[in-house]
Each structure stands twice: as C-alpha cells, then as structure tokens.
Design a protein around this ligand. Structure first.
Ligand SMILES: Nc1ncnc2c1ncn2[C@@H]1O[C@H](COP(=O)(O)OP(=O)(O)OP(=O)(O)O)[C@@H](O)[C@H]1O
Ligand SMILES: [Mg+2]
Length: 248
C-alpha cells in the first residue's frame, strides 16, 4: 500500500536518508526501529509530505504522494507525533476531535465531543480529562491524548511515532493492544516507530531497522530473533558492544 523507493534526504552536511526502500502491505502493521537520530521520524514525515525528499519516490496505492489532491490524501491518515504536538489553547476534547470539527469530516459539536470522549476512554483516560487543557496533564496523559486524536477520525492509515514512550508498563500494554485492534479489527495500515522491544513484539507484523540511512534489515517479526544480522541483534538485545557505535 505504501512504498518508499530509494528515498534520500539530506539536511546540510547531514545525510540522513541514503536510499530507503520499504514496502508496507495493506492492513498490516510495520514497526520501524533504529538508533536515536537515524532518521525514523524524518522517513515518516516524508511519507506525509511534511518533509520533501531530495530524491526517490513514495507511493500510496501506486500513486505518487506528491501528485494529486493533498487534502484528500491527508484525510486518509492519522498521525501521532513524537512530541505530541497538541494545541495548547484548545481543551483536550477539541484536540481529539480536531478534524471532526472542521473540513470534510465535520460533525455537529456534541457528536464530535461524544466521539472524543469515547476515544479518550480507548486510551485509558476518563471523561473529566476532556475539558482540561494539555498543560494540566502529565506527559503520559498528553501522549495518550495525541493517540486519541490520531485514531479519532478512524483513518485507513495510521502513523505512530513513539506511542508508548513515557507510559507505565500497564498503560503501554493497553496502547499496544489498541494498535493491534486498529489493524486487526478495523483493517487499518499502521506504521509505528518505537524503541520499546516489548511493543515491537506486541504490535508488529513486519519490522524494519534503519541504520546509516538505509533499511539494514526487514522481515516478519517472527524472523527477528534468528536474523543473524549483527546490527539487528545488537539493537534488540541492547548491547553497548557491537557494530553500531554508541556515539553518533
Ligand atoms: N527539519 C530538520 N532540519 C534539520 N535537520 C533535521 C530536521 N529534522 C531532522 N533532522 C535531523 O535528521 C536526523 C534524524 O532525525 P529524526 O528525528 O528522524 O531521528 P529519529 O530516528 O526519529 O530519532 P529518535 O529516535 O531520537 O526520535 C537528525 O540528525 C536530526 O538532527
Ligand atoms: Mg524520532
């Protein structure tokens, strides 16, 4: 469904993506792993068109993502940003229902609010959170509001950038299950970035490891442990020693 082909992206002297090739089949869950600063978030933003690649192609259903109607394209996506990216000046429920309050997905206000409260419940937040402002919430609660917003319009394709970072183990489990449900029950296509190996095993159909600007290894999650790839092994076991240098 989503295909990146030989994607390059450089920021000044920093050659971040150096020929990324990646295929994500429809209604599957792809998890991207890799060291901090390797370009995982940049790759995701390239697909959404928030960052423009220097070269290479990205297609969705065979169509180049840079061609055609941007609004129609983005309407198919939900996105959880790594930093949350909530609107400080809006109460939680209006953050969650953001897309349901405007544009082509617009619903009556009370209906949008009801959906927001239901999505908040799905991420383990009580209805009274709906009227708070983002600054009144803990970091983990903000993360979950971001998640609720990503799923609110029930998009076909959802990108999660670090969905469980900063959450306690139980809440991480709830979020992992939610992501799995969205893929299995709703048939969504998901692309998740995470450093959390428990999360990788819980949500991935396929895994791809980004290192030195390319996908070093990709395959079904079941093949991850016996890959024989020294980079992947070092990463999944969290070893300080190995081919990946700790200072980057
Ligand atoms: N808009 C930008 N302008 C300049 N450099 C950028 C920009 N966005 C990202 N970078 C650089 O690209 C590299 C990859 O960043 P990216 O955010 O994709 O890392 P990441 O793999 O998501 O890391 P982490 O696991 O820490 O989130 C970094 O060196 C970063 O400084
Ligand atoms: Mg990142």
């Amino acid at each position: 469904m989503i295909e990146l082909s030989n994607v390059h992206k450089t920021f000044g002297p920093n050659r971040v993506l150096r020929g990324v090739n990646l295929t994500i089949p429809k209604a599957t869950s792809m998890v991207i792993i890799g060291g901090s600063g390797t370009g995982k978030s940049v790759a995701l933003k390239c697909v959404l068109g928030l960052v423009t690649p220097d070269s290479g192609t990205i297609t969705l259903d065979g169509q180049d993502v840079t061609q055609g109607d941007r609004d129609a394209f983005l309407a198919r996506f939900g996105m959880l940003f790594q930093g949350g990216a909530l609107f400080d000046s809006l109460p939680v429920w209006q953050n969650v229902a953001f897309r349901l309050l405007r544009g082509s997905l617009k619903r009556p206000k009370d209906e949008a609010r009801e959906i927001a409260v239901e999505k908040l419940r799905r991420v383990g937040l009580k209805p009274d959170v709906a009227d708070k402002f983002p600054a009144e919430l803990s970091g983990g609660m903000q993360k979950r509001v971001g998640l609720a917003r990503a799923i609110a319009a029930e998009p076909e394709i959802i990108f999660f950038d670090e969905p469980t970072t900063g959450l306690d183990p139980i809440m991480s489990g709830v979020i992992n299950e939610l992501i799995r449900e969205i893929v299995v029950e709703m048939g969504a296509t998901a692309m998740t970035i995470t450093h959390d190996m428990t999360s990788v095993r819980a949500i991935a159909d396929n895994v791809a490891m980004l290192h030195d600007g390319v996908i070093k290894w990709t395959g079904p999650v079941a093949d991850m442990d016996a890959s024989g790839d020294p980079y992947l092994d070092q990463f999944i076991h969290g070893r300080a020693e190995g081919p990946i240098e700790a200072v980057r």
